[in-house]
Design a protein around this ligand. Structure first.
Ligand code: ATP
Ligand code: MG
Length: 176
């Protein structure tokens, strides 16, 4: 199935982590791939996920795109996103993982680091080919309509209130 977590509220990536724990608890295998997020910035979840033998973890981004002091050419962000997507394709089609998380892929699509058509066409074809064995869990803000259309499950996390609005910065253990 294609599961999609969208919206501006907090809870999309943590939901994917929760889903991964659930699959692992049943003896399943998980591939957790992250777009945009950079390996230079360590998060609590990656430390734990990387330590588990049934998890393949890959962080394929180069960090913020066009904001927060990013001065890398867009083409480099695109290259990184394409590399991560190519890896995702191989992993999904290998059928070795019960759950494949594509964290922040929606943001990569919104920023045009990947072509929506390529991703949607691949997911549709993959779903047909692999059947029920593999769940593909996609997260991020700004999901394109065509992706929402082909997904089997879509949940939107609505931003009702966030401490960020009171200038409270991201905190270890809460946001990362
Ligand atoms: P989390 O990783 O906590 O589940 P998320 O995946 O839903 O959050 P993203 O859209 O990926 O959130 O945002 C990236 C970062 O911004 C995370 O550290 C997240 O906690 C934080 N964040 C999420 N929602 C908001 C918001 N409405 N305002 C400010 N920061 C937010
Ligand atoms: Mg996220």
């Amino acid at each position: 199935m294609i599961l999609l977590l969208i919206g501006n509220g907090k809870g999309k990536t943590t939901s994917a982590i929760g889903q991964a724990i659930r699959v692992l608890g049943h003896g399943g295998k998980v591939a957790f791939l992250q777009f945009i997020k950079s390996d230079k910035f360590k998060t609590g979840e990656e430390k734990i996920l990387k330590s588990l033998k049934d998890v393949y973890f890959y962080k394929g981004g180069l960090g913020f795109v066009g904001i927060m002091g990013d001065n890398l050419p867009l083409v480099e962000h695109k290259r990184a996103a394409e590399k991560t997507f190519n890896l995702a394709k191989k992993i999904i089609l290998s059928k070795k993982y019960n759950l494949v998380v594509l964290d922040e892929i929606n943001n990569a699509l919104q920023l045009k680091l990947l072509k929506t058509k390529d991703v949607v066409e691949f997911l549709k074809a993959a779903k047909k080919k692999i059947g029920e064995g593999v769940d593909m869990f996609l997260t991020g803000r700004g999901a394109p309509k065509s992706l929402i259309k082909i997904a089997d499950l879509v949940s939107e996390v609505v931003d009702v209130k966030h401490p960020f609005q009171k200038n409270i910065k991201a905190r270890k253990g809460r946001e990362f």
